[in-house]
Write a protein that binds this ligand. Structure first.
Ligand SMILES: Cc1ncc(C[n+]2csc(CCOP(=O)(O)OP(=O)(O)O)c2C)c(N)n1
Length: 351
């Protein structure tokens, strides 16, 4: 059975105070970025779909916090926060969402598929569950080259029913790969509730079938997530083989911006909104002696400044020229074979 892990004890506050403030900033940045993107989408400024992760910030921040440069992350479609946590420039991320030339894939794709390998973020994919085999590939490389890095694959509880997910976990278990699988169990796969998707209570229980440990975690409790993530990641990095963390959380908004999520019970939504990870963490900060009103004001100001700068950068950036459409399709080529010569124009890729 998966280990129930809701009681991760924080380290002494003196040692963690600065980190706590940083985690709080990150969680608020991710929330505000998500909200701004939703607003921009309503203003027709965002290219393609928007899959809000609002309400799920604690798990993204908590899992990514212990990661090191050089570690690899394969996010899912709801994981803008992974990009922000790995150090991707918010301006370039916003430009990616707007389809601008300065975006991660220079105006190709929307959020989906745009990654930033320099920051260890592989682009997400429309194919549910495909993040897991990709992360296994990265983990296998780390193992073969004896690098001390780990790979992390994020996936939804809906994706967990796909064959790719099981094959990847089996492969990781057999090869003892340095990979962490993170299930964002937000209770709905589009309109399908968890109970109609799966016959077991915890996706984490499945880890046992592949020879490694699964952990269940209250995904809206940043302290619990970060405490567990540190422990599991340390073990993976030390050669202990793969791990699976299932974060129980809730998707506040619809599957994407066009989905009013009428299939959900309002009481259920209200209950989960009352478990908002940000006030929960503020409660902890307050108890730890932080002047929470001052910290909130300072953090909000910093977050607003960062986001406004990102939006201004993306707004000012041009759209790519049509001639650039076939550039950057193949590694090291600049342009696709047979592409019009105008596409081979010596422009240097941004990434
Ligand atoms: C292989 C595959 N099947 C179906 C879909 C259509 N689809 C896109 S998102 C989604 C629900 C995903 O739910 P989950 O994996 O729980 O992630 P969440 O969106 O809840 O974060 C579905 C069915 C798809 N993109 N890929």
């Amino acid at each position: 059975m998966a280990e129930q892990d809701g009681s991760a004890a924080p380290a002494p506050v003196a040692a963690r105070a600065a980190q706590d403030v940083e985690l709080y900033y990150r969680m608020k940045l991710v929330r505000a970025f998500e909200e701004r993107v939703s607003r921009l989408h309503r203003q027709n400024k965002i290219l393609g779909g928007v899959y809000s992760g609002a309400g799920q910030e604690a798990l993204v921040v908590g899992i990514c916090a212990p990661l090191e440069p050089g570690d690899f992350t394969a996010p899912l479609h709801r994981d803008l926060g992974v990009f922000l946590m790995r150090g991707v420039d918010p301006g370039r991320l916003m430009a990616q969402l707007m389809g601008k030339e300065t975006g991660l894939s220079r105006g190709k794709d929307s959020f989906l598929h745009g990654g930033d390998i320099a920051h260890g973020v592989f682009g997400s994919s429309s194919m549910l569950g495909s993040s897991l085999p990709v992360a296994c590939g990265a983990a296998l490389k780390f193992k073969i080259k004896r690098e001390r890095h780990i790979a992390v694959a994020f996936f939804g509880e809906g994706a967990s029913s796909r064959g790719d997910v099981h094959e990847a976990m089996n492969f990781a278990g057999v090869q003892k790969l340095p990979v962490l699988f993170v299930c964002e169990n937000n209770r709905y796969a589009y309109s399908t509730p968890f109970e109609k998707q799966t016959s077991i209570e915890n996706i984490a229980d499945r880890a046992a079938a592949y020879g490694f440990r699964g952990h269940v975690c209250p995904g809206n409790d940043l302290l619990a997530v970060v405490g567990l993530a540190e422990r599991v990641i340390d073990s993976i990095r030390a050669g202990g083989g793969p791990g699976l963390i299932e974060c129980k959380t809730y998707r506040w908004r619809g599957h994407s911006e066009h989905d009013p999520a009428l299939y959900r019970d309002q009481e259920e939504l209200l209950e989960w909104e009352s478990r908002d990870p940000i006030p929960l963490f503020e409660f902890y900060l307050d108890k730890r002696g932080h002047d929470i009103n001052r910290l909130r004001a300072e953090t909000d100001e910093k977050v607003n400044t960062t986001i406004q700068a990102a939006v201004d950068f993306a707004d000012r950036s041009p759209y790519p020229e049509p001639e650039e459409a076939l550039e950057d399709l193949y590694v090291g080529q600049g342009a696709a074979p047979g592409a019009p010569s105008a596409a081979v124009n010596g422009r240097r890729p941004i990434r």
